[in-house]
Design a protein around this ligand. Structure first.
Ligand SMILES: Nc1ncnc2c1ncn2[C@@H]1O[C@H](COP(=O)(O)OP(=O)(O)OP(=O)(O)O)[C@@H](O)[C@H]1O
Ligand SMILES: [Mg+2]
Length: 313
């Protein structure tokens, strides 16, 4: 069984709203899976269903091969959820709250090492050691979010579900969350929802795009990106583009066209290539001999552009 999460034909109907309409979602073990879509698409609803917080109206929901509707206790030890609105108790101290979260979901039958060691490890990783004796209610938003993250991790769950973990955080705090996810991905399967698509492109192996309760795309990030690029684009930063170089570029039949854009160090030459063959070395050499080449790279279609192609208003 290599699926951490498996949803088949899942629907969720709230009174008057179909939040999920017959969705399939597979998250493979050991992957970081980005779950993206516009506001109201159904991401949080799906995540709550997987974690067993709310039931699906119909369909199959499995976590590590077990049916969520029949094995609630198993699922709650397997999954660590950072929900959209974390249930923090403002009147509790950070350390006491995390011990409480650990106690209710700790599974003694699984060999997860020592509880206290894990707690220390999570307090350190989430940078909470200095505030463990403070009341949650008195912490800043950034620290509250770290506590919310820690409560998903303190009982050693294999699968971590993060619903917009960086919302409302400052750039340093966002970088901390990214680093934490990078560390967690070595040992956990992660399902991550966020509107920060550049983060998804950096961290995730696979993505699923959802809109209006329906799955629009799912698969490896590179596959989805390449589906939208019918031609390759190379970018070269040059000090100047002389007439010689222009003529030579126009003479190459594999070049579909090029644009010359302004750049702080001279010009940016954006070249569209016909087909999928790799012309990087010959082309960079040609430009280097004719045009004071400073930089040469292949331009990948940004996930934002792909997203806008797929999710249209
Ligand atoms: N408890 C509820 N009762 C009624 N409708 C609900 C409830 N929870 C969610 N919905 C509706 O279900 C749909 C999906 O909501 P959901 O919160 O899952 O979206 P989302 O993708 O997480 O959006 P966002 O990016 O804004 O967080 C929306 O139309 C929402 O209004
Ligand atoms: Mg949401």
């Amino acid at each position: 069984m290599n699926l951490a999460i498996n949803l088949k034909g899942v629907s969720k109907v709230y009174p008057g709203v179909t939040a999920l309409d017959n969705i399939d979602l597979q998250v493979r073990k050991g992957t970081v899976h980005g779950f993206i879509g516009p506001n109201g698409a159904g991401k949080s609803t799906t995540m709550k269903i997987i974690a067993g917080l709310i039931p699906a109206t119909s369909g199959l929901v499995e976590v590590d091969g077990q049916d969520v509707s029949k094995n609630g206790a198993f699922v709650s030890t397997k999954i660590g959820l950072l929900p959209e609105q974390p249930p923090l108790y403002n009147g509790m101290k950070v350390g006491d709250y995390l011990e409480f979260c650990q106690a209710i979901n700790w599974d003694p039958s699984e060999a997860k090492g020592d509880r206290k060691d894990l707690m220390e490890n999570i307090l350190t990783r989430c940078k909470l050691q200095e505030v463990k004796n403070r009341l949650i209610g008195n912490l800043s938003k950034g620290f509250k979010q770290r506590v919310a993250m820690a409560q998903a991790l303190v009982y050693g769950a294999d699968i971590i579900i993060l619903d917009e973990p960086t919302i409302g955080l400052d750039p340093n705090a966002i970088a901390d969350v990214r680093q934490l996810i990078e560390e967690l991905k070595k040992e956990h399967t992660i399902l991550l929802s966020t509107h920060q698509l550049h983060e998804v492109a950096r961290i995730c192996d696979e993505i699923t795009i959802i809109d209006q309760g329906k799955i629009l795309r799912t698969g490896p990030l590179v596959t989805i990106q390449s589906e939208f690029s019918t031609f390759k684009t190379y970018e070269a930063v040059v000090r100047s583009v002389g007439e010689d170089l222009k003529k030579e570029l126009l003479a190459k039949d594999y070049i579909q066209g090029f644009d010359i854009l302004e750049h702080s160090e001279g010009s940016l030459l954006r070249i569209r290539i016909q087909g999928q063959e790799d012309y990087r070395s010959s082309l960079s050499e040609l430009i280097a001999t004719r045009g004071n080449l400073l930089e040469f790279r292949e331009r990948k279609m940004e996930l934002e552009e792909v997203f806008r192609e797929i999710v249209r208003d």
